[in-house]
Design a protein around this ligand. Structure first.
Ligand code: SPD
Length: 362
């Protein structure tokens, strides 16, 4: 082959090759929140090299964003946190002309999150879920008998129950705006209240239970529940289903279940947004659109057990997941769910102060 022909052939391959360098993309997402092959598929399709980092706390993400120059092109705050971050000017508006797959998103869910982002100008829903209770069926029955209140926050917020479960391990999320409102709800208070007195009442309850809590952490519990190292976790729906999966795969005798307590629970929406100072805005839009593809979304839900807002993906999600009331709650359960309010600076300081008091035992 002549040199010119070789060069032309090489150029043609380069154009067709998905590996052709198309720049980079830096993503900061929650841990255990994407399918194993999502990033690889995107890189192969676009030639964009992705750096993918993870966090397990809205507070950690917010601190990075407010400090500025995070280096990330896409981040995933929960909607109520996103609202105040939008106010602080840390995100840019989306260019929806670059997001043809946005048509796949459920307009009712996008309407709900418009409360936090008027006009849905800055973010699209990634996944949504609830904050409830994961428990080990055998270990709970051994300690509390067959009448254990596994459908109630009493399982962890009643001091007597917590004391009986302490030896097999209770964990709770390290998330003040989730655990304190759940305790408020258990006490019969409005979980959306931003009243400092209500935070204090909840913190007083949590302080009584705290000696029986093994740890407050927001990602370690997946493996610990699966391995039987803790027996109850207040955690995120999909994470607990992943723990169930891991226990089933290990055939280790731990049967893990997830429940949305009968008193109600927090439901939340995690949003994909682009920081104002992102360096790779074009690539961020490409990734967002890729994620809103029905098959890609369904693959993620089938792997992480979180619900998506993608309507055509529903056809591709496993029936077992669609039918699970812990993932796609029926209407009577939905009525008991609440969505977090936006905690302005004063309420945020108050709830965090109470949280510190709970964790330090003061
Ligand atoms: N492992 C993925 C967890 C995603 C949790 N999202 C946080 C919601 C907070 N309200």
């Amino acid at each position: 082959m002549k040199l010119k022909t070789i060069l032309m052939a090489t150029a043609a391959v380069a154009i067709a090759s998905p590996a052709a360098a198309e720049g980079t993309l830096n993503i900061y997402n929650w841990s255990d929140y994407i399918a194993e092959d999502t990033i690889q598929k995107f890189e192969e399709k676009t030639g964009i090299k992705v750096t993918y980092d993870v966090f397990d706390s809205n507070e950690v993400l917010e601190a990075k964003l407010l400090a500025g120059s995070s280096g990330y092109d896409l981040v995933v705050p929960s909607a109520s946190f996103m609202a105040r971050q939008i106010q602080a000017g840390v995100f840019q508006k989306l260019d929806k002309s670059k997001l043809p797959n946005i048509k796949n998103l459920d307009s009712a869910i996008m309407g709900n999150v418009a409360e936090f982002d008027p006009g849905n100008e800055h973010g699209v829903v990634y996944m949504w879920g609830t904050t409830g209770i994961g428990y080990n069926e055998e270990k709970i029955a051994e300690r509390l008998g067959d009448s254990a209140p596994t459908d109630s926050w009493a399982l962890v917020f009643d001091e007597g129950n917590a004391a009986k479960l302490a030896d097999c391990g209770i964990s709770m999320l390290d998330a003040p705006t989730e655990i304190i409102p759940a305790a408020m709800n258990y006490l019969g208070l409005d979980p959306k209240s931003k009243n400092a007195e209500d935070f204090k009442k909840a913190a007083d309850l949590l302080a009584k239970v705290k000696p029986h809590v093994r740890y407050f952490h927001s990602s370690q519990y997946i493996n610990d529940l699966a391995n039987g190292d803790v027996c109850v976790s207040v955690g995120w729906s999909g994470d607990i289903f992943q723990a169930r999966d891991r226990a089933d795969e290990a055939e280790n005798g731990n049967t893990i279940s997830y429940v949305i307590p009968k008193e109600g629970a927090l439901s939340w929406f995690d949003m994909m947004v682009i920081p104002a100072d992102a360096a790779n805005v074009e690539n961020a839009h490409k990734f967002l659109d890729f994620l809103m593809d029905a098959q890609i979304t369904a693959d993620i839900t089938n792997y992480v057990w979180y619900a998506s807002a993608n309507i055509p993906a529903l056809e591709l999600i496993e029936q077992e997941i669609l039918d699970d009331p812990g993932i796609f709650p029926p209407d009577d359960v939905k009525e008991k769910l609440w969505v977090a309010p936006v905690y302005e600076a004063r309420a945020d300081r108050a709830i965090n102060r109470e949280w510190t008091r709970v964790k330090t035992g003061q």
